[in-house]
Design a binder for this molecule. Sequence first.
Ligand SMILES: Nc1ncnc2c1ncn2[C@@H]1O[C@H](COP(=O)(O)OP(=O)(O)O)[C@@H](O)[C@H]1O
Ligand SMILES: [Mg+2]
Length: 255
Amino acid sequence: MQTISIISLKGGVAKTTTAVNMAYILAAVHKKKVLVIDNDKQGNASKAFNRYDTEDKNTIARAMLERDLDISEIIKKTNYEGIDIITANMDLLEANLRTVVDTGRQQQTRFKKALAAANSYDFCIIDNAPDINMSIINALVMTNDVIMPIFMDQYSFDGLNILLEQIAQVQEDFNETLNFSGCLVTQYQNNDVNNQNIEKLQARGLPIYAQKIRRTEKKVSESTFAKIPLVEYSVRCGAAQDYKKFVAEYLGYAK
Ligand SMILES: Nc1ncnc2c1ncn2[C@@H]1O[C@H](COP(=O)(O)OP(=O)(O)O)[C@@H](O)[C@H]1O
Ligand SMILES: [Mg+2]
């Protein structure tokens, strides 16, 4: 199983949109089996797949707290062939707090251990909160590829160095296979601010995906309200087409 973490310390950069649509494209276009993990107490990825429930006790929080969890107890089917999900809600906040004070058992490797039995998937996509907390460290410990969505506004680089340091630290301490796969430019508009920021990013030597995701005002928010992945909601819209090309690029297929 190839595990991808969608991560950034900033909110609103299209982490969830990227995670949901990447999962959908991998399953629907490339016929892969995909497990989505919602690792954000806001539960936006769970909402996108219409599986959010504030009272649900079978969420990712259990993978933080229980030593011998049967992972199938928290995996839910979605409405889409080939996509299952582990959801999140506010229980993840308490699970994080409890894990930090529970030094009796290793704190950083809990997801990795709990997910070891979920081996029937080709890909696992983790949608992370804009934070560095124990559940995000847990996500990085089980991740192969980090994808960082970047929205090119004037604050796009906030927190970038701290995040890169954390990734390097997890790589050194727990996970040699952790790879910074690349930055994904989201909500792209062809203007000076966007293009100058992309040049700044390139100057830092960070890998950037060639395919950018265009800003597509109406369709993206409509798809969020409809609780349908954008690519299914409006296959012809710019962002949907860009996400398809981006996933092909990620998989290493020629365009
Ligand atoms: N390509 C796009 N074009 C227009 N709006 C977008 C695009 N991608 C995301 N959005 C919108 O931006 C907002 C933040 O996206 P979201 O995926 O929730 O970000 P994050 O998970 O990083 O907080 C949402 O309202 C979403 O609908
Ligand atoms: Mg989100």
